[in-house]
Unconditional design. Structure first.
Length: 352
């Protein structure tokens, strides 16, 4: 079953000024003097501050437009990813040692393979993060669900550049976009505010992807829990699920009772709304609300699929067959919108 998560638009990002260290008092953070609620990054900044992933300054500011360093980037990402920053191996950077405040964060990310240094074996912790560097580290750290498949739209990003695929993956996932429609400015620095949004949106992508996987497993279980329906010892209908192709096959052994029995199979189960599924689309048809009137929705879903039935030349699998019907599920769980699709084969033996 393919999965797709609701797309969050934001800009690629980076870390904080090192001249003044941020305050460690973050537990009661609800606002910053220089981050108005009207800011596009407000929610992300407060989200991370309340969790202790980012910090403000002793004067009550956050300094959202300040450029952040590679060291601060490592801290933010390590905390967001909840990496073990204590039991770490020395990453071997000449300019990073275990007496420095950022050692554990840098080492944890390096141990996980999410960051790397430069050819001279340095990490350059005080250097600013560029948009290209940030694209790579975000892509690797969060393992964004959609791979880069679209053509490269940016004239300033060579297809052979080490960061090209990472930038395209972020764009594919709608995590970021270019400075313009045709430029990305890979060497430009990113800001504290941008990094906050970048991290939160990436977390949401991971959360939604994980939820989609869990939902897929539950839907499969529901579809198979009533895999066979019988009446008076006669099999009326049955269903099976192919894990390799994410295909649900439903078979009715006669036109009347068999088709009615199919409505009792898991695909039409009242349990789907409990998973957050609110609408279902059959092929390219209209969205069908499965929450408001479930009885009518079941019939509408079945009608939409039966309209696709055709008489095959080979009737081994049924007198009427519809193959690879694309079924898309739409829903929301804990504020995260999602949609995913799978294939359905419908086979009907008319008994003639």
């Amino acid at each position: 079953m393919k999965k797709f998560v609701i797309k969050a638009f934001l800009y690629v990002t980076a870390i904080a000024l090192i001249a003044i260290a941020p305050t460690s008092a973050h537990a009661a953070v609800t606002s910053f003097k220089d981050v108005p609620k009207s800011s596009d990054h407000y929610d992300a900044i407060i989200n991370l501050a309340e969790r202790g992933v980012i910090q403000g300054y002793e004067d009550g500011t956050f300094r959202p437009d300040a450029t952040l360093t590679r060291a601060h980037a490592a801290k933010i990402l390590a905390l967001s990813l909840k990496l073990n920053t204590t039991n770490v191996k020395d990453p071997g950077f000449k300019d990073v040692n275990n007496s420095q405040w950022y050692y554990g964060y840098v080492a944890a990310l390096a141990n996980a393979g999410y960051i790397s240094g430069f050819e001279d074996d340095t990490f350059r912790p005080n250097a600013p993060m560029t948009r290209a560097q940030t694209a790579k580290i975000i892509d690797l750290s969060y393992q964004l669900p959609l791979e880069a498949k679209t053509a490269n739209p940016f004239t300033d990003v060579s297809n052979s550049a080490w960061y090209a695929s990472h930038i395209r993956t972020l764009v594919e996932n709608n995590v970021t976009k270019g400075k313009t429609a045709t430029t990305f400015e890979p060497n430009a620095n990113v800001t504290r505010a941008q990094m906050a949004s970048f991290v939160v949106r990436s977390e949401q992508l991971v959360s939604a992807a994980n939820f989609a996987e869990q939902t897929k497993a539950k839907i499969r279980a529901i579809a198979l829990e009533n895999s066979v329906i019988e009446k008076d010892g006669n099999k009326l209908s049955q269903s099976s699920y192919d894990l390799k192709t994410d295909t649900l096959t439903m078979t009715a052994y006669n036109m009347d009772d068999g088709m009615k029995a199919i409505q009792g199979l898991g695909f039409f189960s009242d349990k789907l709304p409990a998973l957050g599924v609110s609408h279902i689309r059959i092929a390219d048809g209209p969205l069908i609300n499965v929450v408001e009137n479930r009885t009518a929705a079941k019939q509408q879903l079945l009608n939409s699929m039966t309209e696709l039935l055709k008489t095959p030349s080979d009737k081994t699998n049924g007198d009427l067959v519809a193959t690879n019907i694309k079924v898309t599920l739409f829903g929301q769980n804990e504020g995260t919108q999602f949609w995913e699709y799978f294939n359905v084969n419908l086979r009907v033996f008319t008994g003639e």
